[in-house]
Design a protein around this ligand. Sequence first.
Ligand SMILES: [Zn+2]
Length: 228
Amino acid sequence: MNSIPYIDIHAHHIKNLKDTITVQNIYPGEGFAAFNGRNFYSAGLHPWHIKSSDKNNAELIMIEEVLEYDQVIFVGECGLDKKVEGNYEEQKRVFEAHAFLAEKHKKPLIIHCVKAFNEVVELHKNIHPQMPWIMHGYNGNIQITKQLEKMGILFSFGKNLFKLDSKAVASYKYLPIEKIFFETDEYFGEVKKMYIQGAKLKNMSLEILKKAVWGNFNRLENKSTGLF
Ligand SMILES: [Zn+2]
């Protein structure tokens, strides 16, 4: 029996590690590799790449096309970023469109959120999604974490786990392991590093943590039609 793999729930760089399952992000129009048992994908329009509504709509159509593939298991990354200048209303519209695609295609949503947690909460309340929502690169404070947790939202942690005074570390320590994932995002190294730090912060063994996150990943499957 093979040992339990690491899960890298959100990556921007190709990883080909025997012990890791990766969900790599692809942008509209980008291709992806044939399935090797460990390479999954997410497809979405990042809030940093919002354009005119015509162009955004064309890209949303491209995203919907790749959602037909079983290997593309998440919708996103998508979301809201108040640090981005420009049309915030259009950002919101595009994010909402992703949330609807997630419901329609029965795939979890992977979310980029900067200074817009209240809007995410509001949209979640309006939509009542059946699909899990995962906040990636999570760095919210305990108060917002409690609010999101109550709504059933899941959390992915990356490099901020190494900043011991960060909101991410405080929230990570607070959350039950059933609600967490790890990610490399822009980092070129292995997600194993985040797991090791995560085990230290929770004062638990790496094996128990790996098993829990593997279980979390498999539970996403129950709510979606993806291959996993
Ligand atoms: Zn990302």
